[in-house]
Design a protein around this ligand. Structure first.
Ligand code: FAD
Ligand code: NAP
Length: 466
């Protein structure tokens, strides 16, 4: 009985007015704004709310819906990874947190406005662009980024019309990170295995007509530098009806280096060698073809040309030899990229991240002086690498700096700050997100899927009731 009543009371707090009462009751109030509702934003909020009991945290998210790449990046056939959403939801339902969905830094609100309205601002808006190869013809229709392809099957608003051409036999993926492997698996998985995931309906429909049989996964360096990890490779090797074929030459001399390797790299290499040894024993109608020591050189219709490379101190150096691969569709998977969304951000365009020292944003590059009260965490601060656990560790560390700086009065909290005023703006509250969530779960139930994502922003706003 008591837990039930407690839940009803907690749920009551989710209404904006009840939350505001709690917030107003806590004086003096330290106001912290977090920009971006992905893993970095939620983990930072979690720690700040735990450590500072007289603060209010406002989370601003560009999209009406939260969770960043957990919703729009993580592969649909990895539902267990998405369980972090439960932790984020608990944080979001904390009485001293307010969620403002559909509010974009740089478009709807400026950094200066946030700095005027909060004691501290933490930027965690991630990396939503992609790196380019800078080759001629890269903009032609059959070359798309893995980022866009991932966004397409995961239902990111605006990606639904991508229409990747799956009518050819050969797909070439450039890059050998885990994103590349995710994309290869989505292309080669039996449709039935995807039908019970939250893959968008339009992507399932397109994949059902796919003629793709061979996926080349091309890396510019060797097997010892492959960026994918063992769990992801093992999954590929177990895919039904898919035959993995390695090139024996790529592994010449690798055996001798095994003993020198760190344990995770050693285990990954052993798995590749085992799979190489066993290849040909089974067969499938589709093929997964990892290829090493090939650097992108040119793109032409239906083909991609690569330079054969040699390793010099682990760097790929192009030789004069080349190889062409049939490539009906080319997916560039060489990393995501952050962007500067507001002129007030000291953005390092070279490295694609905000200038910072351990999460404290640097004001003056020459002196390294930090901009008091402005912080960055997640991929926006580190660059676009690292799994959720890595992002969590980094976000906790930056959040701790925020708490320490506030406690030590490095950040001045002596005068009251008003926080954001959403008056008249079409902002999605956490209650609004819960309505979208319920709608999606219900729509998914009918199809045996965990959810059917709403992909249109106007539909999201309508369902959220704004
Ligand atoms: P994000 O998750 O990108 O969150 C940033 C948030 O900021 C987004 O919600 C975005 O909409 C919002 N935003 C953007 N611009 C603005 C703006 N102007 N104003 C307000 N808000 C804004 N890790 C794993 O552990 N397991 C996996 O299986 C896994 N799969 C992955 C698959 C893919 C395709 C990718 C790309 C990554 C994957 N990762 C995985 C890594 C993981 O997703 C990242 O470590 C993590 O999401 C980074 O968190 P973040 O908060 O920095 O960025
Ligand atoms: P990544 O791991 O950094 O891999 C990028 C790949 O692109 C590397 O193979 C890299 O090769 C290659 N590359 C970069 N520039 C290139 C160029 N100019 N020409 C040719 N190749 C180039 O990045 P990611 O795959 O985007 O993944 C990002 C992060 O998300 C990673 O930490 C990843 O582990 C994580 N993630 C995890 C999962 C999971 O856990 N299942 C799934 C997806 C993503 P070089 O090494 O030679 O530079």
């Amino acid at each position: 009985m008591v837990p039930k009543l407690f839940n009803i009371w907690r749920r009551g707090l989710h209404t904006t007015s009840a939350r505001l009462q709690v917030i107003r009751g806590a004086t003096p109030t330290k106001r912290i704004c977090i920009v971006g509702a992905g893993p970095a934003g939620f983990y930072a909020a979690q720690l700040i709310l735990k450590q500072l009991d007289d603060c209010v945290v406002d989370v601003m998210e560009k999209l009406p819906v939260p969770f960043g790449l957990v919703r729009f990046g993580v592969a649909p056939d990895h539902p267990e990874v998405k369980n972090v959403i439960n932790t984020f939801t608990k944080t979001a339902e904390h009485p001293r947190l307010r969620y403002f969905g559909n509010l974009s830094l740089g478009t709807d609100v400026s950094l200066q406005e946030l700095r005027d309205r909060y004691h501290a601002v933490l930027l965690t808006y991630g990396a939503d662009q992609d790196r380019e190869l800078e080759l001629e013809n890269e903009q032609q229709g059959n070359v798309i980024s893995a980022r866009k392809f991932v966004a397409w099957y995961n239902g990111l608003p605006g990606a639904e019309n991508l229409a990747p051409d799956l009518s050819g036999r050969d797909v070439t993926i450039v890059g050998q990170g885990n994103v590349a492997v995710d994309v290869a698996r989505m292309l080669l998985s039996p449709l039935d295995a995807l039908k019970t995931t939250d893959t968008t309906e339009y992507a399932l429909e397109a994949l059902s007509r796919s003629q793709v049989e061979r996926v080349h996964l091309v890396g510019r360096r060797g097997p010892l530098q492959a960026a994918f990890t063992i769990k992801e490779l093992r999954e590929m090797l177990k895919l039904p009806n898919v035959d993995t074929r390695w090139r024996t030459d790529d592994f010449s001399g690798i055996d001798n280096q095994l003993e020198k390797l760190q344990r995770p790299r050693k285990r990954l290499t052993e798995l590749m060698l085992k799979s190489l040894k066993e290849q040909g024993r089974s067969s499938g109608s589709k093929q997964f073809l990892p290829i090493f020591l090939r650097a992108p050189k040119a793109i032409s219709s239906g083909e991609m040309e690569f330079s054969v490379t040699e390793l010099q101190q682990e760097a790929a150096v192009a030789t004069s030899s080349t190889e062409r691969l049939p490539s009906h569709l080319i997916l560039r998977s060489i990393g995501y990229k952050s962007s500067c969304v507001d002129g007030g951000i000291n953005f390092d365009t070279q490295r694609g991240r905000v200038h910072n020292i351990e999460g404290r944003v640097v004001k003056d590059d020459a002196t390294g002086k930090v901009d008091t009260g402005l912080y960055v965490a997640g991929w926006l601060g580190t660059g676009p690498t690292g799994v959720i656990v890595t992002t969590m560790g980094g976000a906790f560390a930056v959040a701790k700096h925020i708490c320490d700086d506030i406690t030590a009065n490095v950040v001045d909290t002596s005068s009251a700050k008003p926080g954001y005023d959403a008056d008249g703006k079409r902002v999605v509250t956490w209650d609004g997100w819960r309505r979208i969530n319920d709608f999606e779960s219900e729509a998914g139930k009918a199809k045996g899927k965990p959810r059917e994502k709403v992909v249109n922003i106007q539909d999201m706003l309508r369902i959220a009731g704004v």
